[in-house]
Design a protein around this ligand. Structure first.
Ligand SMILES: Nc1ncnc2c1ncn2[C@@H]1O[C@H](COP(=O)(O)OP(=O)(O)OP(=O)(O)O)[C@@H](O)[C@H]1O
Ligand SMILES: [Mg+2]
Length: 228
């Protein structure tokens, strides 16, 4: 049921909103350090799958196992702690805190994990350098471009040393050149740090950066690993 060696695996997830089935028997898995693209038409259940995998929403039925532990067996507090310690997030836009500078934003996951300010900002700047936005440290998110903001968001997702990054349309608001640069830097950094990436995208161009594709249709994930 759980593919061998997987870090995060979901089996037969179902989730209904009113009478709308958002997930209708979806299975999915990702290995440590693997980049998996989740594709499929609008409304097919991609974001719902990602939110279930990240423990943000609870499916009506089915199991999700992370590093040998079932998410449904954890308390809300345990799931929140797991999200802080092991998961990073990149969304389409709007995820940076506007009142904080870029370096403070990137340092935030570390600060929430109890790292002191100086050390957190030093690590944050290292990641910003990798993402080629270290010159934007003292600017606020409202003062940088869309592509720069997404690279700051990627740096923030990586700064907390996560095991998995969940990215929902991370390049959806960018032009193709900026989008490709963000994907290049995200996948390069994730691979070098052995971070798994669950990447939701519409765009084949973006999916080209993945190791493997999974297609979601009508709430069902078609994943070769689960084809049998
Ligand atoms: N909070 C919610 N309340 C009610 N219905 C929802 C909610 N979230 C999602 N849905 C419905 O569940 C289905 C799957 O939605 P989901 O957001 O997962 O699709 P998606 O594949 O991410 O689409 P897109 O590519 O447009 O982002 C859709 O029919 C959607 O309308
Ligand atoms: Mg979506």
């Amino acid at each position: 049921m759980i593919p061998e060696g997987s870090l995060l695996a979901a089996h037969d997830l179902r989730k209904t909103y009113g009478s709308t089935p958002a997930l209708d028997g979806a299975s999915f898995s990702v290995h440590p350090g693997e980049v998996v693209a989740v594709m499929g038409p609008s409304g097919s259940g991609k974001s719902t799958l990602l939110h279930c995998l990240a423990g943000i929403i609870t499916p009506d039925s089915g199991t999700i196992t992370y590093a040998g532990r079932e998410l449904s067996a954890m308390s809300d507090a345990e799931r929140s702690a797991l999200r802080r310690s092991d998961f990073g997030f990149v969304f389409q836009f709007g995820q940076l805190v506007p009142e904080l500078t870029c370096v403070e934003n990137v340092a935030l996951p570390l600060r929430l994990n109890g790292v002191r300010r100086k050390a957190a900002e030093r690590t944050a700047l290292e990641w910003m350098e990798r993402l080629e936005v270290d010159d934007l440290g003292s600017k606020r998110p409202g003062e940088v471009s869309g592509g720069q903001g997404q690279r700051v968001a990627v740096a923030r997702a990586l700064a907390g040393s996560p095991k998995v990054i969940f990215a929902d349309e991370p390049t959806g608001a960018l032009d193709s050149l900026n989008g490709e640069r963000v994907m290049e830097l995200l996948t390069e950094a994730a691979r070098s740090a052995n971070v798994a990436v669950v990447l939701v995208t519409h765009e084949a161009r973006v999916a080209a950066y993945s190791d493997r594709d999974v297609t979601v249709r009508d709430g069902r994930a078609r994943d070769l690993e689960h084809a049998a």
